[in-house]
Design a protein around this ligand. Structure first.
Ligand SMILES: [Zn+2]
Ligand SMILES: [Zn+2]
Length: 321
């Protein structure tokens, strides 16, 4: 299927990174098809959500839609839960698509919330399951606490309505935001976050998700590959982003999302440069949450920029599969 080995490694040095900073081992991994214009044999979308967290499609519907969109390899990466994986796996077998069992773990790093994907995880791993359970308990407590705090500020019924809006799924801040918009407290969900749900505002609840090292420990215990999700979305300064990527790598991180539904083309190029300077593999995913957000349709992503070492072409990927 792949032209592996048939192509001369191509490393354009477009981002001003000296060749000497890239190990020969990494350059050797670049022998797969690279670049925006060359066809890839398999179409990978390695970051998606279903109803099991805050997506809007059932896992089966997500898989079927991905297949129709031409995706060959799909990772389901719901927030802090593995609950959608069984249904997705069964659907994938039916439609002839390869499902990568995954999860997106919420991490508190330097007082920010960061997302770490675990790809190819063993869903039976008790260390991972226990860790995720703790995060779910925190999420539930936080939702109730947000309701209590809003009530104290004179806005009653928030938790109950947010839970209704969640329709049995995880109750997220977005559900509270929709409640507050319904109540006429703000013009838009974005407005709500600014006036109610951020630090020092009535609906803000502080707390800790998993630690970076802890989350990567769970993923590795489950035989999975840790991937830093949508790094450009955190809007970090260059030095802070370098610190995050460095710590992620030190804790055993192996890849970062370069092409993402959350990244512009320019951000993808910048993240490509980071992935090469830190010798991390590059990954790609839409972060699809449902057809309500048509601008990130499944499988509609550019290929990895030139010179990226694709995670799915790596030996680590083959070993974890
Ligand atoms: Zn995320
Ligand atoms: Zn996501």
């Amino acid at each position: 299927m792949m032209l592996k080995g048939a192509m001369v490694p191509h490393f354009p040095l477009r981002f001003g990174i000296r060749a000497g900073t890239i190990s020969l081992a990494l350059v050797g991994l670049l022998a797969g098809p690279v670049g925006y214009n060359r066809p890839m044999c398999l179409h990978h979308d390695l970051h998606t959500h279903s109803l099991a967290s805050d997506g809007t499609l059932r896992p089966r519907a997500l898989v079927e839609r991905a297949r129709q969109a031409g995706v060959d390899v799909l990772a389901l990466t719901d927030h802090d839960t593995l609950d959608g994986l069984d249904e997705a796996q069964a659907a994938a077998a039916d439609v002839g698509l390869r499902l990568v069992p995954g999860v997106e773990i919420s991490v508190t790093w330097s007082r920010l919330t960061i997302h770490i994907l675990g790809l190819q995880v063993d869903r039976a791993c008790s260390e991972l399951r226990n860790g995720l359970q703790g995060l779910q308990a925190f999420r539930d407590w936080r939702a109730e606490e947000m309701g209590r705090r809003l009530a104290k500020a004179g806005i009653e019924g928030g938790f109950e309505r947010a839970r209704e809006l969640a329709q049995g799924r995880i109750v997220s801040r977005t559900h509270f935001a929709r409640f507050l918009v319904e109540q006429g407290r703000a013009a838009s969900v974005r407005d709500v976050f600014k006036h109610y749900l951020v630090n020092k505002k009535p609906g803000y609840v502080s707390g800790q998700w998993a630690g970076l090292e802890e989350a990567l420990g769970w993923i590795r215990a489950a035989g999975g590959l840790p991937v830093l999700a949508h790094p450009a979305r955190y809007r970090l300064t260059a030095s802070k982003l370098r610190r995050l990527i460095g710590e992620f790598k030190d804790c055993g991180g192996v890849a970062m999302e370069v092409v993402s539904g959350s990244h512009s083309r320019d951000e993808a190029l910048t993240m490509a440069a980071y992935s090469r300077s830190f010798e991390l593999y590059a990954s790609r995913g839409t972060d699809y949450h449902g057809p309500e957000k048509p601008w990130v349709e499944l499988g509609r992503l550019a290929e990895l920029p030139d010179g990226c070492a694709a995670l799915w072409d790596s030996e680590l990927w083959q070993q974890a599969a």
